[in-house]
Design a protein around this ligand. Structure first.
Ligand SMILES: [Zn+2]
Length: 220
Protein backbone atom coordinates (compact mmCIF):
# COMPACT_ATOMS: atom_id res chain seq x y z
CA UNK A 1 0.00 0.00 0.00
CA UNK A 2 1.07 3.57 0.52
CA UNK A 3 2.83 5.54 -2.18
CA UNK A 4 3.41 2.61 -4.50
CA UNK A 5 -0.21 1.67 -4.87
CA UNK A 6 -1.18 5.16 -5.89
CA UNK A 7 -2.07 5.18 -9.57
CA UNK A 8 -0.38 7.93 -11.44
CA UNK A 9 -2.37 9.37 -14.29
CA UNK A 10 -1.06 11.04 -17.42
CA UNK A 11 -1.53 14.82 -17.09
CA UNK A 12 -2.27 15.05 -20.81
CA UNK A 13 -4.74 12.25 -21.57
CA UNK A 14 -5.59 10.81 -18.13
CA UNK A 15 -4.26 7.39 -19.09
CA UNK A 16 -2.32 5.14 -16.77
CA UNK A 17 1.38 5.94 -16.39
CA UNK A 18 3.46 2.79 -16.45
CA UNK A 19 6.48 1.40 -18.24
CA UNK A 20 10.02 2.54 -18.93
CA UNK A 21 11.49 5.43 -20.92
CA UNK A 22 8.54 7.70 -20.30
CA UNK A 23 8.77 11.38 -21.12
CA UNK A 24 8.87 13.96 -18.36
CA UNK A 25 7.65 17.50 -18.87
CA UNK A 26 7.72 20.60 -16.63
CA UNK A 27 7.03 20.19 -12.89
CA UNK A 28 8.40 16.64 -13.19
CA UNK A 29 5.12 15.38 -14.55
CA UNK A 30 5.43 12.02 -16.30
CA UNK A 31 3.45 11.23 -19.43
CA UNK A 32 1.93 7.86 -20.31
CA UNK A 33 3.59 5.60 -22.84
CA UNK A 34 1.22 6.57 -25.62
CA UNK A 35 1.69 10.33 -25.23
CA UNK A 36 5.47 9.92 -24.71
CA UNK A 37 5.74 8.09 -28.01
CA UNK A 38 4.04 10.83 -30.00
CA UNK A 39 6.16 13.72 -28.87
CA UNK A 40 8.93 15.21 -31.01
CA UNK A 41 10.42 18.41 -29.60
CA UNK A 42 13.78 19.50 -28.30
CA UNK A 43 14.74 18.82 -24.69
CA UNK A 44 14.73 22.45 -23.61
CA UNK A 45 11.10 22.83 -24.64
CA UNK A 46 10.15 19.56 -22.94
CA UNK A 47 11.54 20.77 -19.62
CA UNK A 48 9.14 23.69 -19.53
CA UNK A 49 6.20 22.04 -21.30
CA UNK A 50 2.81 22.03 -19.59
CA UNK A 51 -0.04 19.53 -20.12
CA UNK A 52 -1.77 22.22 -22.21
CA UNK A 53 1.26 22.88 -24.41
CA UNK A 54 1.68 19.12 -24.91
CA UNK A 55 -1.92 18.87 -26.02
CA UNK A 56 -1.25 21.57 -28.59
CA UNK A 57 1.90 19.74 -29.61
CA UNK A 58 0.02 16.46 -30.09
CA UNK A 59 -2.46 18.24 -32.37
CA UNK A 60 0.52 19.61 -34.32
CA UNK A 61 2.01 16.11 -34.54
CA UNK A 62 -1.29 14.79 -35.89
CA UNK A 63 -1.18 17.39 -38.65
CA UNK A 64 2.42 16.39 -39.31
CA UNK A 65 1.33 12.78 -39.83
CA UNK A 66 -1.32 13.91 -42.31
CA UNK A 67 1.25 15.99 -44.18
CA UNK A 68 3.67 13.07 -44.26
CA UNK A 69 0.98 10.78 -45.68
CA UNK A 70 -0.16 13.30 -48.31
CA UNK A 71 3.23 14.18 -49.79
CA UNK A 72 5.02 12.23 -52.51
CA UNK A 73 8.45 11.17 -51.36
CA UNK A 74 10.25 10.93 -54.72
CA UNK A 75 13.61 10.18 -53.14
CA UNK A 76 14.30 8.45 -49.87
CA UNK A 77 17.76 7.86 -48.44
CA UNK A 78 18.32 5.17 -45.84
CA UNK A 79 22.05 4.36 -46.00
CA UNK A 80 23.34 7.06 -43.64
CA UNK A 81 23.63 5.33 -40.24
CA UNK A 82 20.66 6.12 -37.99
CA UNK A 83 19.12 8.56 -40.46
CA UNK A 84 16.22 8.36 -42.87
CA UNK A 85 15.67 11.25 -45.23
CA UNK A 86 13.06 11.86 -47.89
CA UNK A 87 12.27 14.65 -50.35
CA UNK A 88 9.20 15.80 -52.20
CA UNK A 89 11.01 18.16 -54.54
CA UNK A 90 7.89 19.21 -56.43
CA UNK A 91 5.98 20.38 -53.38
CA UNK A 92 9.15 21.49 -51.58
CA UNK A 93 9.23 19.35 -48.44
CA UNK A 94 11.64 17.00 -46.71
CA UNK A 95 11.43 14.70 -43.74
CA UNK A 96 13.99 13.42 -41.27
CA UNK A 97 13.84 10.36 -39.05
CA UNK A 98 16.47 10.08 -36.33
CA UNK A 99 16.64 8.91 -32.72
CA UNK A 100 17.41 12.46 -31.60
CA UNK A 101 14.04 13.53 -33.02
CA UNK A 102 12.05 10.64 -31.46
CA UNK A 103 9.97 10.55 -34.60
CA UNK A 104 10.22 7.07 -36.06
CA UNK A 105 6.45 6.50 -36.16
CA UNK A 106 5.72 9.98 -37.45
CA UNK A 107 8.63 11.49 -39.39
CA UNK A 108 9.00 15.23 -38.87
CA UNK A 109 8.18 17.08 -42.10
CA UNK A 110 9.68 20.47 -42.93
CA UNK A 111 8.96 22.72 -45.90
CA UNK A 112 11.90 24.09 -47.89
CA UNK A 113 10.83 27.58 -46.77
CA UNK A 114 11.44 26.68 -43.15
CA UNK A 115 15.10 25.84 -43.64
CA UNK A 116 17.47 28.79 -43.21
CA UNK A 117 20.75 27.32 -41.98
CA UNK A 118 22.89 24.22 -42.48
CA UNK A 119 26.27 23.18 -41.12
CA UNK A 120 28.07 19.85 -41.25
CA UNK A 121 30.74 18.90 -38.73
CA UNK A 122 33.03 15.93 -38.67
CA UNK A 123 34.00 15.37 -35.04
CA UNK A 124 34.41 18.98 -33.94
CA UNK A 125 35.59 20.32 -37.26
CA UNK A 126 33.22 22.16 -39.55
CA UNK A 127 33.50 20.72 -43.04
CA UNK A 128 30.62 22.35 -44.88
CA UNK A 129 27.88 24.95 -44.61
CA UNK A 130 25.40 26.75 -46.83
CA UNK A 131 27.91 29.52 -47.66
CA UNK A 132 30.70 27.20 -48.75
CA UNK A 133 30.87 27.48 -52.52
CA UNK A 134 30.80 24.49 -54.78
CA UNK A 135 28.06 22.91 -56.81
CA UNK A 136 28.13 19.71 -54.88
CA UNK A 137 29.21 18.66 -51.44
CA UNK A 138 31.47 16.16 -53.19
CA UNK A 139 33.90 18.99 -53.91
CA UNK A 140 33.66 20.93 -50.71
CA UNK A 141 33.01 18.22 -48.16
CA UNK A 142 34.42 14.91 -49.14
CA UNK A 143 37.76 16.07 -50.47
CA UNK A 144 38.35 17.44 -46.99
CA UNK A 145 36.97 14.32 -45.41
CA UNK A 146 38.93 11.75 -47.37
CA UNK A 147 42.20 13.13 -46.05
CA UNK A 148 41.05 12.70 -42.49
CA UNK A 149 39.74 9.24 -43.19
CA UNK A 150 43.09 8.14 -44.60
CA UNK A 151 44.95 9.54 -41.64
CA UNK A 152 42.73 7.79 -39.19
CA UNK A 153 42.80 4.43 -40.86
CA UNK A 154 45.23 1.96 -39.40
CA UNK A 155 45.50 -1.72 -40.11
CA UNK A 156 43.30 -4.03 -38.07
CA UNK A 157 41.78 -1.23 -36.13
CA UNK A 158 38.10 -0.45 -36.08
CA UNK A 159 37.75 3.30 -35.99
CA UNK A 160 34.60 5.13 -35.19
CA UNK A 161 33.79 8.75 -35.85
CA UNK A 162 30.77 10.99 -36.08
CA UNK A 163 29.19 13.71 -38.15
CA UNK A 164 27.07 16.42 -36.65
CA UNK A 165 24.41 17.95 -38.85
CA UNK A 166 23.06 21.28 -37.67
CA UNK A 167 19.95 22.74 -39.23
CA UNK A 168 18.23 26.01 -38.48
CA UNK A 169 14.54 25.60 -39.13
CA UNK A 170 11.65 27.94 -38.43
CA UNK A 171 9.70 25.29 -36.60
CA UNK A 172 8.06 25.76 -33.20
CA UNK A 173 9.49 22.52 -31.81
CA UNK A 174 12.77 22.08 -33.67
CA UNK A 175 14.19 25.56 -34.25
CA UNK A 176 17.77 24.32 -33.83
CA UNK A 177 18.13 20.80 -34.95
CA UNK A 178 21.28 18.85 -34.21
CA UNK A 179 21.68 15.32 -35.45
CA UNK A 180 24.59 13.10 -34.58
CA UNK A 181 25.62 10.42 -37.06
CA UNK A 182 27.91 7.84 -35.46
CA UNK A 183 29.67 5.53 -37.86
CA UNK A 184 32.53 3.14 -38.44
CA UNK A 185 35.13 4.85 -40.57
CA UNK A 186 35.15 1.87 -42.94
CA UNK A 187 31.45 2.26 -43.60
CA UNK A 188 31.76 5.84 -44.90
CA UNK A 189 33.32 4.94 -48.23
CA UNK A 190 32.38 1.29 -48.12
CA UNK A 191 34.60 -1.72 -47.77
CA UNK A 192 34.61 -5.40 -48.61
CA UNK A 193 32.27 -4.82 -51.52
CA UNK A 194 29.73 -2.99 -49.40
CA UNK A 195 28.67 0.46 -50.56
CA UNK A 196 29.49 3.44 -48.38
CA UNK A 197 27.06 6.13 -47.31
CA UNK A 198 29.24 9.03 -48.53
CA UNK A 199 27.20 9.68 -51.67
CA UNK A 200 23.91 9.79 -49.84
CA UNK A 201 25.27 12.14 -47.22
CA UNK A 202 26.61 14.40 -49.96
CA UNK A 203 23.27 14.41 -51.73
CA UNK A 204 21.39 15.25 -48.57
CA UNK A 205 23.80 18.07 -47.66
CA UNK A 206 23.81 19.42 -51.19
CA UNK A 207 20.05 19.53 -51.13
CA UNK A 208 20.14 21.61 -47.95
CA UNK A 209 22.58 24.02 -49.59
CA UNK A 210 20.41 24.41 -52.67
CA UNK A 211 17.29 24.96 -50.60
CA UNK A 212 18.89 27.64 -48.42
CA UNK A 213 20.40 29.44 -51.40
CA UNK A 214 17.04 29.26 -53.17
CA UNK A 215 18.65 27.40 -56.04
CA UNK A 216 16.82 24.79 -58.05
CA UNK A 217 16.99 21.47 -56.27
CA UNK A 218 18.63 18.70 -58.23
CA UNK A 219 18.32 15.20 -56.95
CA UNK A 220 20.92 12.63 -57.70
ZN1 LIG B 1 -1.13 10.27 -22.02
Amino acid sequence: MGLFSKRELCPVCGGEVKGLFLTKIGDKKTLCKDCSKRISMNKKLLKTATPESIQEHLAYRKKNAEKYAALRWDIQYTDVPGLKFGVDAGAGFFYLVHDDLHDEDNPVVFSFDQLTGYELYRSSRRVDDADTPGDTALESTLSALSGIADLMKKEDEVKTDFFKLKLTVSDPYWADLEIKINFFVDSLYGSNGLPGFDRQLQSICQLFKHVIRKEPVSIF
